[in-house]
Design a protein around this ligand. Structure first.
Ligand SMILES: C[S@@+](CC[C@H](N)C(=O)[O-])C[C@H]1O[C@@H](n2cnc3c(N)ncnc32)[C@H](O)[C@@H]1O
Length: 417
C-alpha cells in the first residue's frame, strides 16, 4: 500500500481517518506500507502483504493478532484462507527456486470454476469488450488524469489494464482495486495489477474512500452479487467526481437468462440507481458485435431500458461528458514491454520451428458459457515460429498484430502461466 493512500482512506464504519498504529509490527518506508496495523476512531485493521483489510470479521482479527505477535507468514496464510495441505503446498511454492506463476497459485487458492474463470479471463467474451471500453474512455483527458477505482475487481485483470491507461507515462500509481476476498487481491498485487493499490473491503458497506476522489469508477460483472445495491450505487456515485465516469460493464439483467446470474435487477432499475451520474445503457450483444465485426467501440447507440427487452446483459456508462458518447475506433493496446504469450486456452505442439495450436476448453460448462470467444479464437491455427517462450513482434512476423487482436496471443503479465 502506498503511504499516500492513507490520506484518501476512511474507515467504512465510522468514516474517520486511518493512521498507522505503533504496534511494533510495522514494516514500511516513506512510500510504502507492507505490514502494519491501521487505527481509526472505532476499529483497528491489519495491512498484510501491502493490502489494508478493512473488514471486521474473525479471520481479519486473527490475522491482526498474528501480525502483532510478529507472525507475518501466519497472518498471510490466515487471510488467504489456507491451512493443512494447501498451506504446505503454498509454502513449498514460495520456497521454490523458479518463481511460482499466477496459474500455480490459482491451483492452490481456487481450484474450481472461479479459478478457471480467472485464468482464462483475458480472452473471455465479456472481458474483451470491457477492456476496449475502458481503453476508449481512458483516452479522455479527465479519465486519464485521475485515479481510477476497480471495485470488486477480482484478481485484477481489468485493474492491470486500468493501471496502464496513463497516456505515454509509467503505470498510473493511483489505480485502486477492491474486493471482499483477500486472496484475489493478493494475486492482483503479485501478478496481474502490480502497479495498483489493493484494498480489501465489502461492497455491501460504505466505500472506504473520501468523496469525489475517482475520475472513473468501474464495477464489472459483480453488481448483482451485492445485496445492498442502493448503498453500493450511491457509494460509487459519492466517490466519483461530478465530471467523472461510472462504468458497469456486463451487468446481468433480471429480464434475461444468465449463468451465475446473482440477484440481478431490470435495466430500468439499474438506470434509476445511478441517476446521479446521467447513465446510458448499452446492449452487450451490440457492443460485442461492433467490436468483433468492425473494430468499433460504439458508445453512440445507447438504448432505452424498454428497448433492451430480455437481453441477458448490458453495460451502463454514466458521464456528463457528452463527447464520450460516439462511435470510437477500437484503440490498440500498447505493446507490452514483456512480450506476449500463447492464450492458455490453446494446447501447443511445436515441431521443426512451427507451432500448431488447438483450442481446448477446460470444461464443457466453460465452453458453453463463453462460447462467443469462438468468434475470434479459431479451433486450430499454425504459426511459423516456436512459441514456447515469451513472444515479440519480430519473432512472429507480419501475423503478430492479428494474432494479438484475436487473443490467440495475449498480453499476460510476467509469470502468468
Ligand atoms: C465475477 S467476479 C468479477 C471480477 C472482476 N470484476 C472481473 O470482471 O474480472 C465478481 C467479483 O465480485 C466480488 N464480490 C462479490 N461480492 C462482493 C462484496 N460484497 N464486496 C466486494 N467484492 C465482492 C467477488 O469476490 C468477485 O471477485
Amino acid at each position: 500500500m502506498r503511504t499516500a493512500l492513507l490520506d484518501q482512506l476512511r474507515c467504512p464504519f465510522c468514516g474517520t481517518r486511518l493512521a498507522l498504529v505503533d504496534t511494533g509490527a510495522t514494516v514500511s518506508d516513506d512510500h510504502v506500507v507492507s505490514e502494519g496495523v491501521l487505527g481509526c476512531e472505532c476499529c483497528a485493521f491489519p495491512v498484510v502483504a501491502g493490502i489494508p483489510v478493512l473488514l471486521a470479521d474473525e479471520a481479519t482479527r486473527t490475522a491482526m493478532h498474528a501480525l502483532e505477535a510478529g507472525r507475518r507468514a501466519d497472518a498471510l496464510q490466515t487471510l488467504l484462507g489456507l491451512d493443512g495441505e494447501r498451506a504446505a503446498r503454498f509454502q513449498a511454492l514460495q520456497a521454490r527456486i523458479s518463481p511460482a506463476t499466477y496459474r500455480d497459485m490459482l491451483d492452490i487458492l481456487s481450484p474450481d470454476a472461479e479459478g478457471r474463470y480467472f485464468l482464462y479471463r483475458f480472452s473471455d467474451p465479456t472481458f474483451v469488450p470491457a477492456e476496449a471500453i475502458v481503453r476508449t474512455l481512458g483516452q479522455s483527458p479527465s479519465v486519464a488524469a485521475g485515479p481510477i477505482l476497480d471495485h470488486c475487481g477480482g484478481s485484477g485483470h481489468l485493474s492491470g489494464v486500468l493501471a496502464g491507461l496513463a497516456p505515454g507515462g509509467p503505470p498510473r500509481p493511483h489505480t485502486v482495486v477492491t474486493d471482499l476476498h483477500f486472496w484475489k487481491l493478493w494475486l492482483a498485487t503479485q501478478f496481474t495489477a502490480t502497479a495498483a493499490n489493493a484494498v480489501c473491503c465489502n461492497a455491501d458497506a460504505p466505500l472506504p474512500f473520501v468523496a469525489d476522489l475517482f475520475a472513473m469508477t468501474v464495477l464489472m460483472d459483480a453488481f448483482p452479487y451485492i445485496w445492498h445495491k442502493r448503498l453500493c450505487a450511491d457509494e460509487m456515485s459519492r466517490v466519483t467526481r461530478s465530471d467523472g465516469v461510472v462504468l458497469l460493464p456486463h451487468l446481468h439483467s433480471s429480464l434475461g437468462e444468465n449463468p451465475s446470474a446473482g440477484d440481478p435487477l431490470s435495466p430500468l432499475a439499474y438506470q434509476e440507481l445511478f441517476a446521479a451520474h446521467a447513465p446510458r445503457l448499452f446492449s452487450d450483444r451490440r457492443v460485442f458485435d461492433s467490436l468483433v465485426d468492425d473494430a468499433v467501440v460504439d458508445l453512440a447507440s445507447n438504448l432505452s431500458s424498454d428497448a433492451l427487452g430480455d437481453e441477458p446483459s448490458l453495460t451502463l456508462v454514466a458521464s456528463r461528458d457528452d463527447s464520450l458518447f460516439r462511435r470510437h475506433e477500437a484503440p490498440d493496446p500498447p505493446q507490452p514491454a514483456e512480450g506476449v504469450i500463447v492464450n492458455p486456452l490453446y494446447t501447443m505442439v511445436a515441431r521443426n520451428g512451427r507451432s500448431v495450436l488447438t483450442l481446448q476448453f477446460p470444461t464443457p460448462e466453460y465452453a458453453e458459457e463463453f462460447e462467443d470467444c469462438r468468434r475470434y479464437l479459431p479451433i486450430e491455427v499454425t504459426i511459423d515460429a516456436d512459441l514456447t517462450s515469451r513472444l515479440n513482434p519480430t519473432l512472429i512476423g507480419p501475423r503478430y498484430d492479428d494474432l494479438r487482436r484475436r487473443r490467440i496471443l495475449i498480453d499476460a503479465p510476467p509469470r502468468y502461466c
